[in-house]
Design a protein around this ligand. Structure first.
Ligand SMILES: Cc1ncc(COP(=O)(O)O)c(C=O)c1O
Length: 457
């Protein structure tokens, strides 16, 4: 176990500020507060460079399902590196872990006879399918079907294509012009319904607005609709029952492909089911993108999974000119296989359901003034904070940022999301005692942040 002297810690922190451009960060805040350097992890806990222990309440960025520091993973990674770090998949080349993982994923997903294209991230997987959707319609000689419809508050990644489907304003500011022919509809955010309706008394306007949008753009111009079955970064938004059945019918009616972005949802995170979309019975997407939980973050890996129908159309063209050097990385695929074996062996999708319910019940029972709603599915949980519960009004400046800051001091990593929401998404192996500790810490943190806010006025 590493221990660092205060001199070493200072040097490392200085080097971080001097050399490391952090992803998706406020440089000003980083420079003011300094980096939080995590050096070690075990199970649901991580340890910083000063040796302080934290419950990893977010599993990094929603990615770790099996917990940190699993030696089974280290062992297969070592074996694979010693055998063959990787070999590429271009043209006729292939490698055994990629074949095995493709077969395993194809067997697990709800899309029958699917084909799996590997990437190294969720953004790459989404960029891949945006190109692939356009190539599909081109191959079908319907190449006006360029538009991809996304949803407000969606997060689909940050590469030039994926970020167009992401609809959180800060991710667009200053980056235009990006990829053309994207449009969006409102999110099925029941707590602050954009149509000011209340489920089940509404007509699921959120789902039917897809039909309106397709008609506005004209069906001959619309190629696909993309949705995270349970939205993550946009605020842990769970669409109402019936939502995706309507979406699927509308897509079928207008010959539009339905893409489920399961980058966070997949492999049991939403509890009880392996994939988020399975919570809406009978709905099968044409394409799924996956990442994060496929390796629990031990090595980077993503994938786009496509239906046989799409594959047969692409097959009719001479060559599919799209691939990354590390599409089908052997080490990543081998780790993915072992990770999925652990998820299945330990039945983590069911633990995710049980622990998610316990977490939501515990947080709801706190019944604190600024908690407007606690919601989620499995271990994707969000606490929607408000200044007034009766009229569901938001604070002018985020309370969640302060809550997360205080919780960190108390030994819990959580994350503020857009819209003043606190994200909780611990590893799927979490125990009851750890869930209860998260509830206890957050109760104290929310109380403290709220008292401070009320004092300031
Ligand atoms: C739903 C969803 N799609 C895509 C992405 C992008 O994945 P990556 O950061 O691996 O590029 C993310 C990342 O958080 C995500 O949550």
């Amino acid at each position: 176990m590493n221990t660092y002297s205060s001199e070493e810690i200072n040097q490392i922190k200085q080097a971080d500020l001097q050399y490391f451009l952090h992803p998706t960060s406020s440089i000003a805040i980083l420079e003011k507060k300094g980096p939080k350097i995590i050096v070690r992890g075990k199970g649901c806990k991580v340890y910083d460079i000063e040796g302080k222990e934290y419950i990893d309440g977010t599993s990094g960025l929603w990615f770790n399902s099996i917990g940190h520091g699993r030696s089974e993973i280290a062992q297969v990674a070592k074996e694979q590196i010693e055998t063959l770090e990787t070999y590429h998949g271009f043209n006729e080349f292939s490698n055994i872990p990629a074949i095995n993982l493709a077969a395993k994923v194809a067997e697990m997903v709800p899309i029958k006879n699917s084909k799996v294209f590997f990437t190294s991230s969720g953004s790459e997987a989404n960029d891949t399918i945006f190109k692939l959707v356009r190539f599909y319609w081109f191959a079908k000689e319907m190449d006006s079907k360029d538009y991809i419809i996304t949803r407000n508050l969606a997060y689909h990644g940050v590469t030039c294509g994926a970020v167009q489907a992401t609809r959180l304003p800060k991710f667009h500011e200053g980056f235009d012009p990006l990829l053309p022919a994207f449009d969006m509809i409102d999110a099925p955010y029941c707590y602050l319904c954009p149509w000011k309706k209340e489920y089940p008394g509404c007509n699921l306007e959120c789902a039917y607005s897809l039909e309106e949008k397709i008609l506005e753009l004209r069906p001959e111009n619309v190629g696909a609709f993309i949705a995270e079955p349970v939205m993550g970064t946009g605020g842990v938004i769970v669409p109402p029952p019936g939502y995706y059945q309507i979406i699927r019918d509308i897509c079928d009616k207008y010959n539009v492909l339905f893409i489920a972005d399961e980058v966070i949802n997949a492999f049991g995170r939403t509890g009880g089911c392996l994939f988020g979309i399975e919570h809406w019975q009978g709905v099968t997407p044409d394409i799924m993108t996956i990442a994060k939980g496929i390796t629990s973050g031990y090595v980077p890996l993503g994938a786009a999974v496509i239906s046989d129908e799409i594959f047969q159309v692409i097959r009719s063209k001479e060559k599919f000119f799209h691939g990354f050097t590390y599409s089908a990385h052997a080490l990543a695929c081998r780790v993915g296989l072992k990770n999925i074996e652990i998820i299945e062996r330990e039945n983590l999708k069911d633990n995710s359901k049980r622990m998610g319910e316990r977490l939501i019940a515990g947080l709801s029972a706190l019944n604190l003034a600024p908690i407007g709603e606690v919601r989620g599915k499995g271990l994707m949980v969000g606490i929607d904070l408000v200044s007034s519960r009766s009229i569901r009004e938001k604070y002018q400046t985020s309370l969640a940022v302060r809550v997360v800051e205080i919780a960190y001091e108390y030994g819990l990593i959580s994350r503020p999301l857009n819209g003043d929401i606190v994200q909780l998404s611990p590893a799927l192996i979490i125990s009851e005692a750890e869930v209860d500790k998260i509830v206890e810490i957050l109760g104290e943190a929310i109380n403290k942040a709220y008292r401070e806010k009320e004092l300031i006025g």
